[in-house]
Design a protein around this ligand. Structure first.
Ligand SMILES: [Cu+2]
Length: 309
């Protein structure tokens, strides 16, 4: 129902005014994806004068732009530094095409033609992206550069691309989130859970935060010879695609540093986990008794955590 309503609203918003004579073949795109812009030219200038030049300004939200040459037309590009670099093939690209002009060709008034480029929508691109176009003819020109304001349609509208935000669907499944009660004197606590990565790329648990503690670190416990040691994983804990990682007593765990109140059996507390890609993920820890085993479904205990720190 909601989706239908949204679709209907989008269709209304995208409906081009009757006088829009340069339009984009595909007026919708998703941020972070490549986009092929096909500008459709429907007619010449006033008096039926044939079109001889077509130029388009490239907004900052689209980068790595490459124009498509057209037989019989000269292609000219103007480049400029980007407001911020964009990464392509592992390298930072700091400048690119900001204006494209096709000129020297001829489109008669009764004919149809297309002008094309490809580019990359930035991850943070959003909303209505206007591409100001200047169409020059043998006699006169059209400046399709106006942007509609609320309640005020554009007189000579620039072609507009509606960019929707990237779908940030979490590829992580987080289960068995639990903790253990702490003695009154304790200033640290531990948190355990299982992370499953159902997505196609690795992600990393970096840290966490909660009102219960000053900060939450990711720790690993391991044997150093015959001594059990604990260290913070400064680079976080990586979860590979298709894999599960269990944070459990005796292994990986979350460390609540600077505990503000003792953790009490039978209570729960909320926290936010921070992942490199998935971002902030809210979780709720269930606190079991000091000597109690892990809740059912969680990993079997390997070693009690209370001997550490
Ligand atoms: Cu620890």
């Amino acid at each position: 129902m909601t989706r239908l309503l949204l679709a209907a609203t989008a269709a209304l918003l995208l409906a081009q005014p009757a006088n829009a004579h340069v339009t984009l073949e595909k007026p919708e795109a998703v941020a972070g994806q490549s986009y092929k812009a096909v500008f459709r030219l429907g007619h010449g200038c006033e008096g039926g004068s044939p079109t001889t030049s077509f130029s388009v300004d490239i907004p900052d939200a689209i980068a790595l732009v490459r124009p498509m040459p057209k037989a019989g037309w000269q292609l000219k590009v103007e480049t400029a530094p980007y407001a911020k670099p964009i990464t392509a093939h592992g390298k930072d690209v700091t400048s690119g095409v900001k204006k494209i002009t096709w000129s020297g060709g001829r489109v008669l008034d009764g004919e149809y033609d297309e002008f094309i480029f490809v580019g990359q929508l930035r991850d943070d691109a959003a909303g209505a992206l206007a591409f100001p176009v200047v169409q020059k003819c043998s006699k006169g020109e059209w400046r399709w550069v106006d942007v509609a304001q609320p309640g005020q349609p554009a007189k000579n509208p620039a072609p507009v691309l509606k960019v929707t935000a990237q779908q940030k669907q979490s590829a992580l499944r987080i289960e068995h989130v639990w903790s253990r009660a702490t003695p009154v004197s304790a200033n640290v606590g531990a948190g355990y859970l299982r992370i499953t990565n159902t997505g196609p790329t690795p992600d990393r648990l970096l840290s966490g935060k909660s009102d219960m503690a000053n900060r939450i670190e990711v720790h690993e416990m391991a044997m150093d010879g015959s001594i059990m040691t604990m260290r913070q994983l400064a680079d976080g804990l990586t979860v590979q695609p298709g894999q599960s990682v269990e944070l459990k007593p005796g292994g990986f765990h979350l460390m609540l540093m600077g505990l503000k109140d003792p953790l009490k059996e039978g209570t729960s507390f909320s926290a936010t986990l921070k992942f490199e890609k998935a971002g902030d993920v809210p979780v709720t820890f269930t606190v079991v008794g000091m000597g109690a085993p892990a809740p059912s479904g969680a990993a079997p205990e390997m070693m009690d955590h209370s001997h550490h720190h």
